[in-house]
Design a protein around this ligand. Structure first.
Ligand SMILES: C[S@@+](CC[C@H](N)C(=O)[O-])C[C@H]1O[C@@H](n2cnc3c(N)ncnc32)[C@H](O)[C@@H]1O
Length: 245
């Protein structure tokens, strides 16, 4: 099965498990301590009164946070029908619709802000996605996205492995990698290097305004050996804010 279809099929098959994991503080701890606060720092104040589209919205948890932060309107888009079903049930006031990263089905020039939390690393063709985001944004609109950090993924998505052979450490544009979530979800992604991200955003008519590489600064308890050591030295997530010019 092609990689993108396989990601879609996995989220469709295990959508309920994925949603439960995202609501479980122990399972989603890296998102909670690193990714969400970094997204909040860029978006919490700026979404107030704005029209927002959240692409790759999953079960709508982050879409609902955008609504709570005071967005004037918010719409969630995803290609997993299972996750869209959970999102609609969980957050009836929000509109959720089927669409893909490159073809959202949303209107041209409609949004002040587009967000995407943890979807970009699933895409091979980031040009097509950035082009679509540009299409739906108003002029001067903002795109904020988070994804796996490309250097973290250079370790094959599993930096806990010891003695990783040098040939397995790959920092290459579109280098494919696989990982497991909750032992059930086998997922595929692509490494997007900083050069590739910057070139693609520029080509599609954006300027990069902010880059965040959050690491955990406070000592914390941990389920995994060396977890604190790792995420206090090595950012697992990359967050980018870009503006449509
Ligand atoms: C890790 S989940 C993140 C969900 C949500 N943004 C959150 O942070 O809770 C990634 C989501 O991206 C969606 N996705 C992946 N590739 C996509 C594509 N090409 N088009 C639309 N959605 C996609 C998946 O279905 C899944 O819901």
């Amino acid at each position: 099965m092609a990689r993108t279809k396989s990601v879609q099929a996995t989220y469709d098959a295990f959508g309920a498990h994925y949603d439960a994991m995202m609501r479980d503080p122990a399972e989603s701890s890296w998102n909670r301590v690193l990714e969400r606060p970094a997204m909040a720092a860029l978006l919490r104040k700026s979404v107030r009164g704005k029209s927002v589209a959240d692409i790759g919205c999953g079960s709508g948890i982050f879409t609902n946070i955008l609504r709570k932060w005071g967005a004037k309107s918010v719409v969630g888009v995803d290609f997993s029908k299972t996750l869209l079903g959970i999102a609609r049930k969980s957050y009836p006031p929000i509109a959720f619709q089927y669409g893909t990263a490159a073809k959202t089905g949303l209107k041209t020039g409609e949004f002040d802000i587009v967000t995407s939390s943890m979807m970009l690393h699933y895409l091979k063709n980031i040009d097509a996605h950035f082009r679509e985001v540009r299409r739906i944004l108003k002029r001067g609109g903002t795109y904020v996205f988070s994804c796996h950090h490309p250097l973290f993924q250079a370790y094959g998505g599993d930096p806990f492995r010891e003695n990783v052979p040098a040939r397995d450490v790959q920092y290459l544009a579109n280098y494919p990698y696989q990982w497991k979530m909750m032992k059930k979800l086998h997922l595929h992604g692509y490494c997007h290097t900083f050069e590739q991200l910057s070139e693609s955003l520029t080509k599609e008519g954006f300027i990069v305004e902010k880059i965040r590489e959050p690491i955990w600064k406070k000592k914390r308890g941990s389920r995994l050996p060396d977890e604190y050591m790792l995420i206090s030295h090595f950012p697992p997530f990359l967050i980018v804010q870009a503006r449509k010019i």
